[in-house]
Write a protein that binds this ligand. Structure first.
Ligand code: SF4
Length: 92
């Protein structure tokens, strides 16, 4: 089985209105924050027309990459989803 086929088995339960990761308001994102647009494996980060980085936490795999990458800049607030919400892994 290919890894994409395994990932397709995962399900995600959205906690509407209570995202578990938020990007703090900023004018110019650091290089670290901007790198997440490409580094997040779930594609949760995007740059808006003002050059600021936004997150849509739906589909987040809780891999922790964004938490580690911005640990020094403090640009994001990262929590695990509430119990019962977030990614539901079938494998691993
Ligand atoms: Fe993306 Fe991983 Fe951060 Fe979730 S924890 S938003 S999957 S980088």
């Amino acid at each position: 089985v290919k890894v994409e086929e395994k990932l397709f088995q995962n399900r995600y339960l959205v906690d509407a209105g209570r995202p578990h990761i938020t990007v703090r308001p900023h004018d110019t994102p650091s290089r670290a924050l901007r790198s997440l647009v490409h580094a997040c494996p779930a594609g949760c980060y995007a740059e808006n027309e003002k050059g600021q980085v936004e997150i849509t936490a739906d589909g987040c795999m809780e891999c922790g990459t964004c938490r580690v990458v911005t640990a020094k800049t403090g640009e994001i607030e990262w929590n695990y989803p509430r119990g019962g919400f977030g990614v539901l892994y079938k494998f691993g």
